[in-house]
Ligand binder design. Structure first.
Ligand SMILES: *Cc1c(COP(=O)(O)O)cnc(C)c1O
Length: 426
C-alpha cells in the first residue's frame, strides 16, 4: 500500500515512511491510495473471529510489505489483548465499551499499535527517535503507556495546563524514564499547533528524528477501524444501525468510516460533540468555521479545529452530499451532559462517562423506530471523577488502580505556547 498526502503536493510514500514521517511536508495528512474492499463471504466468516483475527483482515492490506504477516500478527495480539464488549444499556441502545485497556480509554488501541510498529521499525535504525504528542487528556496516557521503557524511543507529551482531569494528568506525568510531560499554558489546539510546527521545521525534525503519535499518524488512526468491524460481527442487521461517536479530533469516527468503505455493513454515523461543535455545524450549513476552543466536562473533545477533518472529506470523495447522506451531527451542552449521566444511571443503572454521555444523548434524540443504536463508550467514567460526582450527587467508589495512580508524584515541565519553548526542552 502507498500513501498520498491529502494536499497532494508531497511525494507518495510507503506505510513505514508514512508512520515515521507522521505528517507529509505539505501540511496535509497521509491517506491510503486505495481502500481495499473485503468480499461479502469474508465478512460473513468474520462473525466468529476474534479481535486480533479481524484486525489482521483489516490491517494486512495497509501494512504489506513493510510488516510481515508474522510481525503484524504479533503486533495485533499484543495490542488487542483486552475485551471490547458490546453491552445492552436499554432496549435498542448498546454501548461499545472501549475502555478496558491499560489506560482506560479507546486510545489504547491506536497508541499501542503505533508503539509496536515503531518499535519494529526502529530495530533497523540506530539513532534515537523522539515521539511528539499533543493530548487533550487520554492520548498522552495511552501513548506514554505504550512506549514506556521502549529502547531508542523518547516520548514528549504536550498537554494543556489545568485542562485535563487529575487522573489523566497522573497517567502522563508519573512514569518518568523515557517519558517527558510538558505542561503548556494554553489549550489543546495550541498544543496540537506546536507539534505541527515542530514537524514542519525540517531542521528540527531531522535533528530529533521526530514522529507524531497523534491520530494524524496512520498507524494510530487506521487500527481503530478494527473495533467497528468487531461491533458489526456481534450484531444482527448492523446495516440498520445508528453509530454515535463522541468526537474531538475525528480520528475515531473517520476510522469507522474507513471500515464502512472496506465493506463492513455499518449503519449511519452520528458525530457527537460537546460545545466545540464545528463539524455538526458544518453538516448543517456546509460552512467550516472553527471558533475558539471552549473547556467542557467532556475535555478530551475540547477541540475546535479537528485535525482529521480532511480525512473525512477524502472518505466521502469531497462530496458534501454523500457525506451528509451518511453522517449526521449532534452536540450537547455541559449542563445536559450532567443531566444525561444522572438520568441514564437512574433508569438503566449504567454509568456513562461525560464523553459517552453525549453519544447516548445523541441516540436518544436521533434513533428511529426499529433502528439499533450503538454509542462508543470512549473512556472509563472514573477518569472524570469530579464531573461524575457532580452529575450523580454522590461519591464514586474508586477502583484499586486509581488509588495507586493518585499516590504517585507528578513530574512536568512548564512551557509557554510557542515552538521556542518546545525546542528548549528537546
Ligand atoms: C480522544 C477522545 C475522544 C475523541 O476522539 P477523536 O478520535 O479525537 O475524535 C472522545 N472521548 C474520549 C474519552 C477521548 O479520550
Amino acid at each position: 500500500m502507498k500513501y498520498f498526502s491529502t494536499n497532494r503536493k508531497s511525494p507518495i510514500v510507503s506505510f513505514k515512511e508514512a508512520v515515521i514521517n507522521s505528517l507529509p511536508d505539505d501540511n496535509g495528512l497521509y491517506f491510503p491510495d486505495h481502500i481495499p474492499v473485503l468480499d461479502v463471504k469474508k465478512i460473513a466468516e468474520l462473525r466468529n473471529a476474534t479481535l486480533p483475527e479481524i484486525g489482521f483482515e483489516i490491517m494486512e492490506p495497509f501494512v504489506v510489505p513493510d510488516l510481515t504477516k508474522d510481525q503484524l500478527q504479533t503486533i495485533l495480539a499484543d495490542t488487542l489483548n483486552f475485551e471490547i464488549p458490546l453491552v445492552e444499556v436499554e432496549k435498542d441502545i448498546f454501548s461499545l465499551e472501549l475502555f478496558h485497556g491499560p489506560t482506560y480509554a479507546f486510545k489504547d488501541v491506536g497508541a499501542r499499535f503505533l508503539a509496536r510498529c515503531l518499535a519494529e521499525f526502529s530495530k533497523d535504525q540506530n539513532r534515537e527517535s523522539t515521539i511528539l504528542v499533543a493530548t487533550s487528556g487520554d492520548t498522552g496516557g495511552a501513548v506514554a503507556n505504550g512506549f514506556y521503557g521502549v529502547e531508542g524511543v523518547r516520548v514528549v507529551i504536550l498537554y494543556p495546563s489545568g485542562k485535563v482531569s487529575e487522573l489523566q494528568e497522573k497517567q502522563l506525568t508519573t512514569l518518568g524514564g523515557n517519558i517527558t510531560a510538558l505542561e503548556v499554558e494554553s489549550d489543546f489546539d495550541d498544543c496540537q499547533r506546536m507539534v505541527k510546527e515542530a514537524f514542519l521545521d525540517k531542521e528540527l525534525n531531522r535533528s530529533f528524528n521526530l514522529t507524531s503519535a497523534n491520530s494524524i499518524n496512520i498507524a494510530r488512526w487506521m487500527p481503530q477501524s478494527i473495533y467497528y468491524a468487531w461491533m458489526c460481527s456481534q450484531m444482527d442487521f448492523p446495516e440498520n444501525s445508528l453509530i454515535a461517536v463522541p468526537s474531538g479530533n475525528y480520528g475515531n469516527v473517520t476510522a469507522g468510516m474507513l471500515a464502512k468503505r472496506m465493506g463492513f455493513p455499518l449503519g449511519k454515523f452520528l458525530v457527537c460533540s460537546n460545545e466545540n461543535d464545528v463539524v455538526p455545524r458544518y453538516l448543517e450549513s456546509c460552512q467550516y468555521s472553527p471558533s475558539k476552543t471552549i473547556p467542557t466536562y467532556a475535555n478530551a473533545m475540547d477541540v475546535s479545529d479537528p485535525s482529521n477533518f480532511p480525512r473525512m472529506q477524502e472518505l466521502y470523495h469531497h462530496s458534501f452530499d454523500s457525506l451528509s447522506n451518511d453522517v449526521q451531527g449532534f452536540s450537547l451542552r455541559d449542563m445536559d451532559i450532567l443531566e444525561t449521566i444522572n438520568r441514564c444511571n437512574e433508569s438503566n443503572n449504567y454509568l456513562l462517562d461525560p464523553h459517552g454521555a453525549i453519544g447516548y444523548a445523541g441516540l436518544k434524540k436521533h434513533l428511529k423506530e426499529g433502528q439499533k443504536g450503538i454509542f462508543l463508550e470512549t473512556a472509563h467514567p472514573i477518569k472524570f471523577k469530579p464531573t461524575m460526582e457532580l452529575a450523580l450527587g454522590k461519591e464514586l467508589e474508586e477502583p484499586v488502580f486509581v488509588e495507586d495512580l493518585m499516590s504517585r508524584e507528578k513530574k512536568s515541565v512548564q512551557v509557554g505556547s510557542t515552538l521556542e519553548g518546545l525546542i528548549e526542552v528537546l
